[in-house]
Design a protein around this ligand. Structure first.
Ligand code: F0G
Length: 415
């Protein structure tokens, strides 16, 4: 039977039990599918005739058959062949999977459609999360859609304005905690522990990861049932890299793909505990006390799902790398200018990481690479405006406009 399982001591729990940490050893949980049962279900299912989306994979989700899903049409995002960017970086086979195309503008919607559906299934009337912005925007939207109460804790003065506006307009109770994301997360974990009627929807919740694993499934289907050689992904709290790897291994176990990709996680220099663990071959992370980066979404020093992420990187024979703020902003600009894809800074870290790893010879030019861009550029317009050429103010006159454009004026001769 499909169940929840501790990633460390393998203790199992039912899928209708509200639990975030293993009662025996305190580690985090994951959903384990019953592949025999799933294979049988898939034989009689019409899933292949459904459009590319999270709920195309309903049979793969630990949600009861009779449950009504809370959805805004998430998933089915573009996998864009990026020839011009590939040529710039020296790669023949580069794709960008643009998660900014989701309903609230980030990959979080994949997790929230499943997480909030599960919350309602379990009878929850109040959901909560800590967030660097996108999680709160997404949770607020899905809670509104479900008609339940939403509380979000965000770090004080440090989240991008687009994201904050989303949480506010959807009616969430927004608390700005005078501290960083890691501190906010500690509080919501304690709150959910203490007040059993509040359901926690950070990525520590394994049902969210189930929704996000569809990102891995989709990439395979968009590549005609093949995995790419490598997936490059920004890492913050480390839920998403774990989710994509879970999707990949499940499709592999089911025989839908023959090979597996190398999972490659990218963090910003100022908040890179996972890269540090990978590079030093350590089986523990050293939390970063004061994480810093322009990529506010991944300004996280103590990623709660670090163990899952480190496992994913090791198991897939992948790697992890850091990028500077300058490299991130440069990649954001290049992607916008030569592929027409506008992403927020954290998302561009996957492109910056790719550039660095190609330059260092870690990624070979023949690899088929998918870079995941995780959130839309409009989430953080301030950063985009700051680094772009300012608008030129001109008089409302033809001559002034032509002059500003450097156009020669043509004199029209009277006959
Ligand atoms: N990219 C973006 C745009 C994000 O918002 C996040 C995480 C990540 C990457 C990293 O994903 O945490 O699964 O490793 N944002 C969270 C939030 C923490 O609160 O919105 P991860």
């Amino acid at each position: 039977m499909t169940h929840q399982e501790c990633i460390n001591c393998k203790t199992t729990y039912g899928i209708d039990e509200i639990i975030y940490f293993c009662k025996k050893c305190g580690d985090i949980l994951e959903i384990k599918l019953d592949f025999k049962e799933l294979s049988e279900t898939l034989k009689g299912s019409d899933w292949l005739s459904k459009p590319l989306s999270v709920w195309r994979y309903r049979d793969f989700m630990p949600i009861h058959e009779a449950t009504k899903v809370v959805t805004l049409n998430e998933g089915g995002t573009g996998l864009h062949r990026s020839e011009r960017l590939g040529a710039e970086l020296g790669l023949k086979n580069l794709y960008v999977k643009n998660e900014g195309e989701n309903p609230t503008g980030s990959f979080k919607d994949r997790g929230m459609t499943v997480g909030v559906t599960k919350a309602v299934e379990l009878g929850a009337r109040h959901v909560i999360c800590a967030s660097t912005g996108n999680t709160s925007a997404s949770l607020a939207a899905y809670a509104a859609r479900a008609g339940i109460k939403c509380t979000v804790l965000i770090p004080s003065g440090k989240i991008a304005y687009g994201k904050l506006s989303q949480a506010m307009i959807h009616g969430a109770k927004v608390l700005q905690v005078k501290g960083n994301f890691d501190q906010a997360l500690e509080f919501v974990l304690k709150l959910a522990e203490k007040h059993k009627d509040i359901y926690l929807l950070n990525s520590i919740n394994p049902f969210r990861i189930e929704g996000q694993k569809s990102l891995g499934y989709e990439i395979c289907e968009q590549l005609n049932n093949q995995a790419p050689d490598r997936i490059i992904i920004p890492v913050g709290n480390a839920g998403n890299i774990s989710a994509v790897w879970k999707g990949m291994t499940e499709f592999h176990t089911l025989g839908f793909i023959k090979t597996l990709p190398k999972m490659t996680g990218i963090q910003a220099v100022g908040s890179a505990p996972i890269v540090q663990a990978i590079k030093t071959n350590s089986d523990k992370i050293i939390p970063v006390e004061h994480p810093e980066t322009v990529a506010t979404a991944i300004r996280i020093g103590a990623p709660v799902s670090w163990k899952k992420a480190v496992n994913a990187i090791h198991e897939s024979n992948g790697t992890a790398e850091t990028v500077t703020d300058e490299e991130i902003l440069d990649a954001q600009k290049i992607l916008a200018r030569i592929e027409g894809i506008f992403v927020e800074p954290a998302s561009a870290s996957s492109i910056a990481g790719l550039k660095k790893l190609v330059k260092n010879g870690v990624i070979s030019k023949d690899e088929r690479v998918v870079c995941i861009t995780t959130g839309h550029g409009l989430k953080d317009p301030d950063t985009a405006v700051k680094m772009s050429e300012k608008p030129v103010e001109v008089e409302a006159e033809m001559k002034a406009i032509e002059d500003a454009l450097g156009l020669k004026r043509q004199v029209i001769l009277a006959r």
